[in-house]
Write a protein that binds this ligand. Sequence first.
Ligand code: GLA
Length: 388
Amino acid sequence: MTKHELYKKVTQAYTARFQQSPQLVVRAPGRVNLIGEHTDYNDGFVLPVAVDQAAWLAVGAVEGPLTTVRALDIKNDEAIFSTTEVPASVGGWADYPKGVLWAFLERGVHPAPINAVLASDVPVGAGMSSSAAIELAFAFAWNTLGQFDISLSDLALLCQKAENQYVGVNCGIMDQMISACGKAGHAMMLDSRSLERRYFPMPEGVAIVVADSMVRRSLAASEYNIRRAQCEQAVSHLQAHLPEIKALRDVSLRQLEQFGHDLPEVVYRRARHVVTENDRVVKFARALHSGDIETAGALMIEGHRSLRDDYEVSAAELDALVEAAVEVPGCYGARLTGAGFGGCTIALVAEAAVSDFKTHIARVYDERFGKQPTVYVTHPADGVAAIR
Ligand code: GLA
């Protein structure tokens, strides 16, 4: 089998920089989410796939206290930090390996110093979890070299903790869990409360098409935290009537309609998105299982509307891409994917229609916004692994 281009790139750069071959090359994928947006931090359901695009890490253990990481895509930048104590955060990409190291130390586990070369083709800021991919690559490498035997789902939790508490981004568990536990050819339904996972084969003949709007919104992090707070506000209000609930995951639409009328209108709509989105994930999984791709596609379109109108995390560019997508015969459904405010949409498209699909949405987008989206087909890939 021919090696991936980034495998060769990190291996060669490692050898050139450190004058020996790497002990290990790790691949950790990015992801797209088919459905279940902003549900993970509400203890709900998500249904992502790990994708072709991934972070690649060539790595080897080294004598002495220092870890050296060269990031090939980031102006050939290099970070050097002590592996025996908690490294200082200075912002930027190196906070991901440092955060992972911090999370290992918090767990009472001491990773060995490493030399490493990192490259990634997960687009940054596009909502495809480029940061989770880097975290998992390092966590997996340290876990393997140190023979710590930490399970993949525990590595995902460790990386989420790094992201939440070291990097300072208050994300849910979806991105790290799919980068850790994805399965080629399959979508993964994750219960964000129990962390139970179920895998559904993607139907034959249906392509997952990503369209990157090329919009990058700096507001995303602050708006994300506002949405989280609104969900918590809805829960504490509803608990007055439903003392047994712990999260919006536990609330049905009927209960929300019955007890939510005196919530602030905005908070009510936020809660309605989460409650209906959880239901859509369950229905989507059922549709995938029975090969009913039309129903799955319709649920995606409904989900996009809910993100646009109730959760208000879309953008004119994402709405335009979704509208253009569903005009194409052979497109089953489309929606924004990831946190929103910019980034990508995904569509499920009959393979025979992919070429027309790409042409159409690129033309409509260019006419409307005077720029080209990046449109490509991606495939459900395996989660993090050592590549030999
Ligand atoms: C980001 C977060 C995830 C999830 C999505 C929205 O990707 O990292 O945990 O909340 O947004 O579904």
